[in-house]
Design a protein. Structure first.
Length: 570
């Protein structure tokens, strides 16, 4: 604006000077024409000089050939020919001539205006007026100085106001930036001041609402993720999740154990790379390829044991139904497989054990019915065998009912203080006589003090009876059997030791199973049901105790029953 104003002032001032010079030149025309018609010698020069001082303008009269005849500032004789001056040339061609140039005569920048002089259609000379532009330059200099000062002051005020306005807007934006950075780092508790009522205040309120909403959603996601992580880590089933490229995105602890893989090292790797069980990779690939649920069973053989694993795989899709991966659930059914095997063996053994006496009884009865002339001696013999087989059958049924009662909720034992010394001494008396009949010495060792436990006296007597019966059956003639009772800390320990055939290591874990026999032929020969040790185990567990066995094949076995003393449980 200052530059435009300065240019406009300069242009208008020059135009005013040019018009003034033109007017003065016009006024000088008539005297100049008279001079050319009757030229005085000296009076005209003096007149021009006096007139120039009066109007403060340089006046010059020039002949048509360019010779200066009068000048208000210099003597005409000392001046050059002006025929080629720009203003003279312009006046000759256009009727008026204007020029701004540096005057070598006056050594100052001048504005010149020239008018031609005509007398009877004849060009007789020129009138030229001139005015120095130093005054205009000084005036413009002052104007420009004022404009620059005003512009500088305006700029300073504008910068200060702009700084205040910028600070007014930048401060909340800086705070928003800081809060946004905090949110990007997971801190959603930062808030912005909402005292302003302008658009920035509204933006701050919306920002705070967004932060609160993000915090709530993040907390919900974190809670759900933690719950899911706890659920997955606590699952007995192994869970393996892969993306569409079959790279592992999740592996829980159960899957680590089943696949012998590390969760930290497995994430991001192809599933076939983290485990040697290729069936896992195959079932996941099938789920991704076919987009259907898949089930498969497999066996995993390790140095420790053989595992039976049941696998279920299904595809994973996002909210839009796009396939994003697959999930496999691995369930270790080794225990179920073992129990199923035991069940099958139990059914087979129970059927066999029950079938043997029933078949014998049936055959003997049919013989008695069909042979009317059977001698009385044989008849008595057959009836005796029928009695023995029925007693064996009754014994098996009784033992099975005992086991069923111990395993059921209704079969809870009635607890009362029981002195194990009396139980062992009373039970051992019967087996001392049985041992003497078979040539086996049975010795009893109990402490001098009472050893009371909370339990069922009849059931504990059955434990000692079954262990002694088992020891005598598997001890050859001339052997020895010991039944001892001693205290070990807060426990009473019943110990039954024999010098029998012993138990192989592979059989020790199974001797407490129903109908399991180390020597099946000898057991049937001695009339055992195969349920004695199983009953012992269930009775001991029902009393909150435990039973162990140490054995050396060919040397003998030692069974120990640990029961808590009544004084320790009070």
């Amino acid at each position: 604006i200052g530059i435009l104003v300065s240019q406009r002032i300069e242009r208008d001032t020059l135009e005013e000077i040019a018009q003034s010079l033109e007017a003065k030149a016009t006024l000088l025309k008539e005297p100049a024409i008279r001079y050319f018609k009757r030229p005085p010698v000296t009076s005209f020069q003096n007149h021009i000089r006096a007139l120039g001082k009066a109007v403060n303008t340089r006046l010059t009269v020039i002949r048509a050939d360019g010779v200066v005849v009068a000048d208000s500032e210099r003597e005409p004789g000392s001046m050059d020919n002006h025929a080629n001056r720009p203003e003279i040339l312009a006046a000759r061609s256009h009727g008026i001539g204007r020029a701004i140039r540096f005057s070598k005569t006056l050594q100052v920048k001048m504005m010149y205006v020239a008018l031609p002089l005509w007398s009877e259609d004849e060009l007789i000379g020129y009138i030229r007026t001139a005015y120095p532009l130093s005054t205009i330059d000084n005036r413009l200099r002052h104007i420009r100085t004022a404009i620059v000062f005003a512009a500088g002051l305006s700029a300073t005020v504008a910068l200060f106001i702009g700084f205040l306005l910028a600070r007014h807007f930048i401060t909340p934006l800086t705070a928003m930036t800081a809060v946004a950075e905090s949110m990007s780092c997971g801190d959603y508790d930062q808030r912005l001041p909402t005292s302003r009522n302008d658009e920035i205040g509204k933006l701050a309120k919306a920002f705070n609402k967004m932060a609160e909403s993000c915090r709530e959603h993040t907390e919900t996601i974190r809670t759900d993720r933690n719950k899911l992580a706890v659920i997955l880590s606590g699952m007995a089933e192994g869970v393996v999740a892969v993306n569409e490229d079959e790279r592992v995105v999740h592996l829980n602890e159960a899957a680590e154990r089943l696949l012998s893989a590390s969760q930290k090292e497995s994430l991001g790797k192809p599933v076939w790379e983290i485990t040697r069980v290729r069936e896992v990779s195959e079932i996941l690939s099938a789920a991704l390829r076919d987009k259907t649920e898949t089930q498969r069973n497999l066996q995993v053989v390790t140095q420790e044991r053989k595992r039976f694993i049941e696998m279920h795989a299904s595809p994973l899709c996002d909210g839009q139904g796009k396939l994003v991966g697959a999930l496999a659930v691995l369930r270790d059914v080794s225990e179920l497989h073992r129990l199923e095997t035991i069940r099958s063996e139990f059914v087979a053994n129970a059927s066999h054990e029950l079938k043997t006496p029933i078949t014998a009884i049936r055959g003997l009865v049919e013989t008695l019915i069909d042979d009317k002339e059977l001698p009385p001696v044989k008849r008595e013999l057959f009836l005796g065998k029928i009695k023995n087989q029925s007693l064996r059958l009754s014994s098996i049924v009784t033992d099975l009912l005992t086991l069923s009662r111990l395993e059921s909720e209704s079969g809870k034992l009635e607890r009362c203080p029981v002195d194990l010394c009396e139980v062992i001494l009373a039970t051992a008396k019967t087996f001392v006589a049985i041992g003497e009949e078979r040539g086996i010495a049975v010795e009893t060792q109990v402490p001098d003090i009472s050893a009371e436990v909370w339990g069922d006296e009849e059931a504990l007597s059955q434990v000692v009876s079954n262990l002694l019966d088992n020891a005598i059956k598997y001890t050859p003639q001339g052997g020895r059997v010991w039944v001892r009772l001693h205290l070990q800390g807060d426990d009473a320990v019943i110990e039954v030791q024999d010098t029998g055939i012993g138990i192989e290591p592979k059989d020790r874990e199974r001797i407490f199973e129903r109908f399991y026999r180390v020597d099946k032929a000898r057991s049937r020969e001695l009339g055992g049901t195969g349920l004695g040790l199983s009953i012992v185990k269930h009775i001991v567990i029902a009393h909150g105790g435990r039973v162990t066995v140490d054995s050396t094949p060919g040397t003998g076995s030692t069974f120990r029953v640990f029961l808590s003393l009544a004084s320790a449980s009070m």
